[in-house]
Write a protein that binds this ligand. Sequence first.
Ligand code: B12
Ligand code: SF4
Length: 479
Amino acid sequence: MRIALVMLPCWSVFTPPLGLSYIARILRQEGQSVTVFDFNARLWRAMQGQDEDWWDFAQYEHWQNSQIFEEQTLPAIKPLLDSLLKEIASRGFEAVGFSVFHTSAPCVRYASKMLKATCPKMKIVWGGPACTPQWVKEDLEDGTVDAVVLGEGEATAPELFNALAKGASISSMAGVAARGADGKMICGKKRPPVLAHELPLPQFDDYDLSLYQFFQLPIMMSRGCTGSCTFCQETVFFKPYRMRPAAHIAEEIEQGIKKYGIKDFSTCDSLLNGNHKILEQVADLICERRLDIAWGGYARLDPRLTVELLGKLQKAGCKWLSFGLESGSQKVLDLMNKGISIEQAAKTIRVTFEAGIETHINLIVGFPGETESDFDMTLDFLSRNWQFISLVNTGETLGVGPGMTLFEKPKAFGILTDKQGQVLYDINGGWMTKDGSNTLAVRRFRLKKLRRLCRDLGLQWNPESREQALSVTPNGGEQ
Ligand code: B12
Ligand code: SF4
């Protein structure tokens, strides 16, 4: 089967998309003919030099909010986007697979409809983190998309495209959401987790690496997370946690250096330190093989990040670790099911910094149950530990959306719901607690306090450009 795999905006242009690299490689291994189109990067490059960069983190609403996308973004990108889509329509592909994120969903919808209208026989397949049954039901049932891969794609995609090539039935296929005979969505059963070390290494020959913002390659050492924080959507997707053997990871790093001449790696792990033993082996192998690389990534504030291990990581090129501290209040951390203690967190941040690794601290503003004095504890934490903190990711205020425990069980967290027990959002897309103490306005006020403190302490904070743009999406995705 002739398949086009496509990335549409908006997705970050730091590195080529790793998800499509994995899918392309496995489909080719199974004998399919695959062409990858990174229209996201091509559009980004083509639109450089304009007043605003819509790929900037402050501009998500241009892509994520369907109304804004249709009214403002689409008119601006349509001529170019349409010509790129015509490239696909004219080349006789029998199927197109899109990688879908919340930030690219409106654009993917537009492209899918356009291709369906031009090439009615072309099969449209979606995969990616935005593909949950709730999100895709309407698009499946109205015919915008023919099949949706739910979760990891490497085991499902080959079987799905094979069946599509043969015209076989795909409804009830494991890992797939499709239309049943009555036109309603049917979801097949879940697939076992993919073991990435049994897969061929992802390749990046499909991409023009000069298009991207950084000369970096993405790498995923593990899948899943050992935690189960109640505000996080990550755990639903890659379940359970698994880390690749160290030798397999080192092989991919060597490939990046030898084949692509790249020494800078951007890790795509939900957390790097889910298995400290393998992480140490990775560091040892990087040093033994004298792989002169730079890397960093998300990590948990775990006491097993000892001075010794951190020293090894630093020698192995680890430049930064990004920690989910989230709050300075133990009560709030416990409500989040974060599984860390404030004292331990402070110690790990300090020893990481002292080991010569930048510490990036992620905070969550306005968790349900967080009072003003709880929030002040977060500010106090920063005031006490600022000298060991390289960067604070303030994010926006806490959004509540599908995939989070907060969204599935809002009442347990005191979140106001409608009669059906679903989270109730105000006209700005903000959720609120039942007692009215935690509203979007309250959360925005706290966020301002936090950013002001960062400024006063001389702490670098992110996203600085978003100070004024405290945007919220209609589905409550305040981020
Ligand atoms: C690295 C990363 C980033 C980097 C991106 C670096 C880059 N490449 O340029 C940075 C830090 C910049 C970033 C930013 C953001 N990110 Co981010 N990020 C990640 C992270 C940690 C890894 C992404 C990745 O490469 N994964 C590895 C690949 C292999 O997985 P995958 O893409 O999901 O692909 C698999 C499946 O989805 C499926 N699949 C994917 N595509 C397709 C297509 C087809 C046809 C098929 C069949 C299957 C298929 O198969 C693949 C293999 O199993 C993920 C979490 C995670 N662990 O995945 C979050 C994640 C993707 N990010 C997320 C978010 C929300 C954001 C931000 C919006 C955050 C914010 N508010 O600022 C921004 C958006 C950036 C932008 N400009 O658009 C969410 C997306 C949620 C959603 N449903 O869309 C995730 C899932 C984290 C989470 N759970 O909240 N991010
Ligand atoms: S917030 Fe971090 S530690 Fe918690 S479940 Fe999500 S990825 Fe894991």
